[in-house]
Design a protein around this ligand. Structure first.
Ligand code: T46
Length: 146
């Protein structure tokens, strides 16, 4: 699976009553069947969560209240931080990407739509293992290019 980290601008329906965002599975915004939804809230100040990658899981992250930062490290070592600070911003993550969630505001609620049920076997929780798998996948890709 190729790695994807994509910032999404989620379209909203707005009128004098306020705004509404609707997400449907198997669309450009949610390009997978949603098999699980979870949310992270009431985080301890200064905490850093995540620190893992997934083997096959695809996820769409939306900070529906407050703000937080998602740091993604790609297999080639490139690191990028994404600030999610409004409910119309989404971050799509697919493939073996090391992620950390940090800098949560007190009122942050991070909503996650996931493509698979919870499965601890899908987690890569060792950073060394992430680097090892990244190296293998980079070598494989170079080989395919030739
Ligand atoms: C991810 C980031 C963005 C469950 O029992 N079911 C679940 O669906 C999830 C997500 C977690 N758990 C249990 C497993 C742990 O005992 O909840 C506890 C906390 O999970 P974890 O330490 O993995 O949480 P985060 O915030 O570090 O990571 C979570 C997701 O696990 C992960 O898939 O990509 O949010």
């Amino acid at each position: 699976m190729n790695e994807v980290v994509k910032e999404l601008q989620l379209p909203w329906h707005g009128d004098e009553r306020g705004k509404l965002i609707a997400l449907e599975a198997l669309t450009d915004l949610v390009p997978f069947e949603v098999k699980r939804v979870y949310y992270i809230f009431d985080t301890t100040p200064g905490t850093v969560r995540g620190k893992h990658a997934h083997k096959v899981l695809k996820q769409l992250l939306i900070c529906v209240s407050g703000a937080c930062t998602i740091e993604c490290e790609m297999p080639d070592g490139t690191k990028t931080e994404y600030r999610l600070d409004w409910p119309d911003r989404g971050l799509l993550i697919e493939g073996i990407i090391w992620r950390q969630m940090k800098e949560f505001s007190k009122d942050a609620v991070l909503l996650v739509l996931a493509s698979e049920p919870y499965d601890e076997a899908d987690y890569i929780r060792s950073y060394n293992e992430f680097k090892r798998l990244s190296a293998i996948s980079l070598i494989g890709r170079r080989y395919e290019e030739h």
